[in-house]
Design a protein around this ligand. Structure first.
Ligand SMILES: Cc1cc2nc3c(=O)[nH]c(=O)nc-3n(C[C@H](O)[C@H](O)[C@H](O)COP(=O)(O)OP(=O)(O)OC[C@H]3O[C@@H](n4cnc5c(N)ncnc54)[C@H](O)[C@@H]3O)c2cc1C
Length: 503
């Protein structure tokens, strides 16, 4: 099918989207006036095809088989994007998925998250990281991945759409679902898995890979997909104790930063012009609040923004008591008055002394505990105004912040390891040179953003995708160190299931 690209004003693009079959959309904020690049399907005469023209199907609808009496089954540990998409793909191939998830189902999990946000304490088994849908459920739900090489990304979008994500996930360059919509989508995936004969066991933490494998391999060896995410440090330790090969991999750590969204709109959409004018407000209504992606190098390490959430909230994203970990999320409309983003420093394996493959985890934990000590029990996070942090001053007070448990002034410039703190200070100066006004005391930094990527890789054979040490074990998703984010983790789950379907 032919396509045609248009470069339109936000209003023209909005109107075109209501009528035409859009296959790609991106906002171009590089010019003085904002533009939207829209690619649409056209007929043989070059005329755009109507949005609802039934002659043109959008994608192949998945066909899930009934596996109640299937000959083959697969154990999946972890019900995040990797585990869920693996399960759905197994159903497509007539194989029964049996999922074990340490956390609770989405509705019960919501209650624990509400307690956490009211600063009434953390449930280590049910929180922003653990439970149905994994770390992806109460996230921003940004669905894009930098890597295009890992397989069929579009299929991930199609499955999300099939289970209720908005049309935009099929064509938006930086698609986004939102934490208000994700739980329903995840619930529908669960219902589909159960209706077709799969099993899901919540509140079941796997404490021995050997035991679970033995339990399910009475007649033949049952493959085990290990989709545990990167926050289950106890599970990594269990794997190491049971002889599964693990290795340290590079990761990143830093802080979360929050600016007023209006300031970010002014800097990144309107080049410093006053966004208070009615025509600008209209623009935001049409294309949403501005986001950014920033990167610089300081002393041979990358310093970069990560998981930016326009119109979002900072959330307590730890899974262990007496630690303080933050992350960000937003609802589908992205309409809070705050813009937050991780600001992290690249850490290479050689930056942490020793040879223990788990030393990256220990490093993360040390800083998370430090943040806890500098915050207030149980989840009030340590924070500092941005310019105060860069110039090494205490903040006398703090601006309003979206982080619900609350923040308390703290000298992050003094207690963050210099390896991270000094680089962040220089990184913020660099970003301000590019976007004058970015470095401001209107912004606040909140500690610590320590779980942006996995500090462990579970090496696997590139062809079979099985662990190099443990046959029939399929490490996949973010926790295996082969993916980062919802889309690539989901895709990795699909790839693990496809590898098993070929056995
Ligand atoms: C607040 C927040 C916001 C985020 N926003 C985005 C975003 O906008 N876009 C994006 O791409 N990514 C985002 N991420 C990251 C994204 O959620 C993860 O990259 C993704 O969920 C990883 O998928 P996964 O399936 O590999 O692991 P996870 O989603 O971490 O799932 C692993 C699951 O395994 C379970 N588990 C662990 N150990 C065991 C065990 N021993 N037994 C049984 N079960 C176990 C856990 O409970 C968990 O549910 C965000 C993360 C957080 C925390």
């Amino acid at each position: 099918m032919e396509t045609k690209q248009y470069i339109l004003s936000p209003k023209e693009a909005h109107d075109a989207e209501q009528q035409w079959r859009v296959v790609k959309r991106s906002v171009d904020a590089r010019q003085r006036a904002l533009k939207v690049h829209l690619t649409v399907l056209v007929d043989e005469k070059g005329q755009p095809i109507a949005k609802d023209d039934v002659r043109f199907t959008r994608y192949e609808v998945p066909v899930f088989q009934d596996v109640h009496n299937a000959q083959r089954s697969v154990v999946i540990i972890g019900c995040g994007p990797a585990g869920l998409f693996a399960a759905l793909t197994l159903l497509e191939h007539g194989i029964k998925p049996i999922i074990y998830e340490r956390g609770k189902g989405v509705s019960e999990r919501k209650k624990d998250i509400a307690l956490l946000n009211r600063n009434e304490g953390l449930n280590p088994e049910s929180n922003y990281c653990f439970g149905e849908g994994g770390a992806g459920t109460f996230s921003d739900g940004k669905l894009f991945s930098r890597s295009k090489k890992r397989g069929n990304m579009q299929r991930v979008m199609e499955l999300f759409h099939y289970f209720g994500a908005p049309d935009t996930v099929l064509y938006e360059a930086h698609a986004h679902i939102g934490s208000d919509k994700l739980p329903t989508i995840i619930k529908r995936m669960r219902e589909c898995i159960l209706a077709h004969g799969g099993e899901i066991h919540f509140g079941t933490k796997i404490e021995s890979i050997k035991a679970v494998s033995r339990q399910h391999s009475a007649f033949r060896q049952t493959p085990v997909i290990l989709a545990i995410g990167h926050s289950a440090h106890d599970t990594y330790r269990m794997l190491a104790a049971e002889g599964v090969t693990l290795e340290t991999k590079g990761f990143a750590m830093g802080v979360r930063i929050e600016h007023p969204q209006e300031l970010i709109n002014r800097l990144f959409y309107f080049k410093g012009r006053n966004p208070g004018k009615p025509e600008y407000r209209n623009t935001i209504d049409l294309i949403g609040n501005a986001s950014y992606s920033l990167v610089t190098q300081v002393d041979e390490r990358g310093v970069y923004s990560f998981c930016m959430c326009p119109g979002g909230h900072i959330v307590p994203a730890g899974s262990e008591v007496e630690t303080c970990v933050v992350n960000g999320m937003s609802a589908s409309h992205r309409n809070s008055p705050y813009a937050n983003s991780g600001m992290v420093v690249q850490i290479n394996p050689e930056d942490i002394p020793g040879t223990d493959p788990l030393r990256g985890l220990a490093y993360q934990e040390t800083i998370e505990r430090l943040a806890f000590v500098h915050g207030q029990t149980p989840n009030i996070a340590p924070a500092q105004r941005m310019r105060d942090f860069v110039e090494g001053r205490a903040s006398k007070d703090l601006p309003a912040c979206s982080y619900l448990p609350g923040i308390v002034p703290s000298r992050l410039d003094e207690w963050l390891p210099a390896f991270i703190g000094k680089r962040l200070q220089q990184g913020f100066r660099d970003f301000d040179r590019k976007y004058p006004g970015f470095l401001t005391n209107e912004a606040v930094i909140v500690g610590v953003e320590s779980r942006s990527s996995s500090a462990i890789r579970i090496p696997r054979d590139p062809e079979t995708l099985q662990s190099v040490s443990t046959p029939f074990l399929y490490p996949c998703g973010e926790g295996a160190g082969y993916a980062g984010g919802i889309t690539s983790s989901a895709l990795d789950g699909i790839n693990a299931a496809l590898a098993i379907s070929r056995l």
